[in-house]
Design a protein around this ligand. Sequence first.
Ligand SMILES: Nc1ncnc2c1ncn2[C@@H]1O[C@H](COP(=O)(O)OP(=O)(O)OP(=O)(O)O)[C@@H](O)[C@H]1O
Length: 280
Amino acid sequence: MPANDDVVLSIRDLSKQFGRGCEYCSDENYELQKNMCPHCHTVYAVRNTSFDLYKGEILGIVGESGSGKSTLMKMLYFDQDATSGNYNLPEDLTVKGNVFNVSSQKKRQIRNEQLGMVYQNPILGLKMDFSSVTNIAEKLIASGNRNVGEMTDRADHFLEKVNIALNRKYEAPKNFSGGMQQRVQIAKALSNYPPILLLDEVTTGLDLSVQADVLELIKEIQRDMGVSMIVVSHDLAIIRMLCDRTMVMLDGEVIEHGITDQILEDPQHKYTQQLVYSIL
Ligand SMILES: Nc1ncnc2c1ncn2[C@@H]1O[C@H](COP(=O)(O)OP(=O)(O)OP(=O)(O)O)[C@@H](O)[C@H]1O
């Protein structure tokens, strides 16, 4: 385990509920139906989740559909408000204490300067009608860059890094294949060198060979740039390929976490055991 001063993101007791709750489900001993209160139908999408992300590591979050992975990522990227919890960025000296409590302007700044996000659906991360260069420039402008020459150079650099031919840089992503769109999203997310990159099911729906290219690219970025990453997937095989440490989620809760190899060799929870046996 790395030293505590290598923590780049620290989450404590993070929760998200959809609905108001009722007198029954407010009692922590009350049995939910999966993640939902059978009485008032409030969904407890993420429950009391705590974890640290260390410098340069890839942390995997694996779990079945509905287990709360995307909701967790949306809260980390401020796409969605948390119901409760603590979010700290120890490396960011401009923000002290719980990031969830800062102004929306400050959250935008953190999002633009500290975080990169790659969504499963490229429509959420890219303006499909704008060129790839413009998409990247948009992120750079949002983080305060105004130098056109520098922005173009930066866009070229990252488009080359993700293997997009520069003679296609003025084309709109809507003309690109799914794999190319994901690569443009990755280039955009990396373009202002964020220390933290969030990747939500980025290879789901891609052909196997394209999937392998994108996974290889993610590994290469970690090696070359030392970016810390959180990778969400329902597929343990992808987590095994990429992640140093892994958290397993079920019904909104983290049921197991540890070094990925350890989880694969000696899964403790029944659900994790099923997941592991399914890829053997
Ligand atoms: N806006 C919303 N309103 C109500 N319930 C929601 C909302 N968004 C998510 N949920 C519920 O929260 C739970 C967790 O959903 P989430 O999308 O985070 O799961 P997931 O693990 O990412 O699954 P998938 O991979 O299928 O997206 C689910 O029960 C879902 O129905």
